[in-house]
Unconditional design. Structure first.
Length: 462
């Protein structure tokens, strides 16, 4: 792959939460590894001075960046330029064009609410700022199939698809990437990675906290749009994809899109939605809201490798712990050869996706004693997550976009296919069951997995 490195980074939303929590720490980290050699242009609507923005960056680095590296911060401050003005004001984009000063390959990063995407993209095209540039946008990429298609039409009027980088931050997480590496950087998993040895896959993305003052956003999103259609389907694709036919970026993304296309569209029998008690009292939430803060689904893939293997996914707010993990449940041995012992439990492979970074395999062994009593033990490879891991994950995504490496980013056809899978669930097509905070969600979700031993609840919390 030929690398065509960007010569400027322009980002909209410099005063937002995303910039404060992720972008500023990532930029300092890029300075520390001496990657940045270009102007950084922040487009703001608030008329902030450079000094005000630098003060905000300092606070960001203290809170989310592991501290301030004065040398790196100083260099970053020298690169930083400010363009102030409304996102719908043509004059703003003319000032941006002047500030770019002939740069021919900028990355144009929209770290803003998606409702503003189309208008800004149009202005970037009409002003000439998009010429030779790449577009970097955050999820969600639409709210359903139709809006996803509409957004892509607006994008493609200005940018080629090869210059569009749809950022799902889950793709940058080290433990998520380790699923791909475990499968394809090692020879042994392929021997059992199929329907003959695997009976089910169970994925849990649990959060012990609520909507954190983002009730208005959650009313528009809900758990299906917020994390199922993007983060968790990405995990499924990495678990289920075939080995890529080549090493280029499109070979890998081709296989991921094939997984999305193999997903059976979800029906009301495949889903349980829930809402934690007290959600309707959150600021910005309707008093009669039926938006789900919890969703559990049973998913099947129509492929030779995975035919008949159910994939169970659940995610929710205000659950018992904060922990994300994948459990691969293997089939039981065909016979119990050890008289006097209970039949062994099924072996499991576990990927800890946070806060612990673990890969573990369970196996049955004999307990010390006179009888053939068995116990299930885990062999664990684990390391603790750190602030540096979080910063590096976002840094590497931005660096990939600035290098033109599209591997970690979603493609238009993949996004549209994801929406087709979940669209039958959108709206009030199924009941919403209330559940108490601190539990594992509504009891109704147990029916999805009752034939497969129930949910296995993670114990790890942060």
């Amino acid at each position: 792959m030929q690398i065509r490195k960007a010569d400027a980074l322009v980002f909209f939303g410099a005063t937002g939460d995303l910039a404060f929590k992720k972008i500023f720490p990532a930029l300092q980290s890029m300075e520390q590894i001496e990657f940045l050699d270009m102007p950084i242009i922040a487009v703001t609507r608030g008329g902030r001075s450079k000094e005000d923005l630098l003060d905000r960056i300092r606070k960001s680095l203290k809170t989310h960046g592991g501290g301030i590296d004065e040398a790196a911060f100083g260099t970053l401050a020298d690169r930083l330029k400010i363009v102030s003005g409304g996102y719908a004001d043509t004059a703003t984009f003319q000032r941006l064009k002047e500030t770019l000063n002939g740069k021919s390959n900028p990355v144009l990063y929209l770290a803003i609410p998606p409702s503003a995407y189309a208008g800004i993209i149009t202005e970037l095209g009409q002003s000439g700022c998009a010429q030779g540039g790449r577009l970097l946008i955050e999820k969600p990429f639409g709210y359903d199939v139709a809006s996803s298609q509409e957004l892509n039409r607006a994008i493609h009027r200005v940018f080629n698809e090869s210059d569009v980088f749809r950022l799902d931050h889950y793709a940058g997480k080290l433990p998520v990437q380790n699923i791909l590496l475990f499968r394809f950087a090692n020879a042994f998993p392929e021997a059992f990675w199929n329907r003959h040895f695997i009976s089910s896959i169970k994925i849990t993305m649990a959060e012990s906290f609520g909507v954190k003052g983002r009730g208005r956003f959650y009313e528009e999103a809900g758990a299906i749009r917020d994390v199922l259609q993007n983060h968790l389907f990405l995990v499924v694709a990495l678990l289920a994809m075939e080995p890529p036919a080549g090493t280029d970026e499109e070979a890998l993304r081709d296989e991921m899109v094939k997984v999305y296309k193999s997903m059976r569209p979800l029906t009301s029998n495949d889903v349980v939605r829930g809402q934690f008690s007290g959600y309707r009292q959150e600021e910005g939430v309707a008093k009669d809201s039926n938006v789900e803060t919890y969703v559990a689904v049973r998913l099947f893939l129509d492929t030779w490798r995975w035919e008949g293997v159910p994939i169970f996914i659940r995610t929710g707010k205000k659950l018992a712990v904060t922990s994300n993990e994948v459990l691969i449940e293997l089939r039981r041995p065909p016979r119990n050869l050890f008289s006097g012992s209970e039949p062994g439990k099924a072996n499991r492979l576990r990927f800890g996706l946070g806060p612990d970074l673990s890969i573990a395999m369970s196996a049955m062994i004999r307990k010390p004693g006179l009888n053939w009593e068995l116990e299930n033990v885990e062999m664990v490879a684990c390391r603790e997550a750190s602030v540096e891991d979080e910063v590096a994950a976002y840094r590497d995504l931005l660096r990939s976009a600035m290098q033109g490496d599209a591997i970690p980013f979603a493609r238009a056809d993949g996004v549209e296919t994801q929406w087709r899978v979940v669209e039958p669930l959108l709206g009030d097509v199924t009941p919403v069951y209330e559940y108490e905070p601190g539990t594992w969600g509504p009891r109704a979700a147990e029916r999805l997995v009752e034939a497969y031993g129930g949910w296995i609840s993670p114990q790890r919390t942060q």
